[in-house]
Unconditional design. Structure first.
Length: 152
């Protein structure tokens, strides 16, 4: 009975890696303007934008349903362009004891690789893996990329 899991997906973007990183590290409230069909809002509940320990609340559509998730910013690494967010409340917590999302951007010349990692613990073995949540994250990444290119 495996109730823990880890999913890793990568997306190549041509948008500036540091700009992409900033959207999740410092300005997550702007993501809804770039991916409005997926992200409906992001509010600061405690602390300051871009500070470890701050709590943010996402409003989003997942598996055809509107949901919310409160997350604490666990780590920010500006040099290595890494953000770690832990889900602490919301509908996802009804099925998962723990979810840690890591977003990392690596620069390779004109190309940039966004790596999404989701580590999780399910409440029981009948709960699905986070495949559809990862698909949502990849879709948001592509929306940000499209938005960025639309502004050039």
């Amino acid at each position: 009975m495996i109730i823990t899991g880890k999913i890793v997906e990568q997306v190549e973007i041509t948008a500036a890696g540091d700009v992409f990183h900033e959207f999740f590290a410092i300005r997550p409230h702007e993501v809804s303007t770039m991916s409005p069909d997926k992200i409906h809002g992001c509010d600061l509940h405690e602390g300051d934008w871009g500070k470890v320990g701050s709590i943010i609340c996402w409003e989003f559509t997942h598996d055809g349903k509107k949901k919310s998730a409160r997350e604490v910013i666990e780590a920010l690494d500006e040099k290595n362009q890494i953000v770690k967010l832990r889900v602490i409340d919301g509908e996802l917590k009804e099925q998962y004891k723990d979810i840690l999302v890591t977003i990392e951007v690596k620069d390779h010349g004109d190309k940039h690789i966004v790596t999404w990692t989701m580590e999780y613990e399910k409440l029981n073995e009948n709960i699905p893996d986070l495949v559809t949540l990862m698909e949502l994250a990849i879709g948001i990444t592509k929306d940000i990329e499209s938005h960025h290119h639309g502004k050039k």
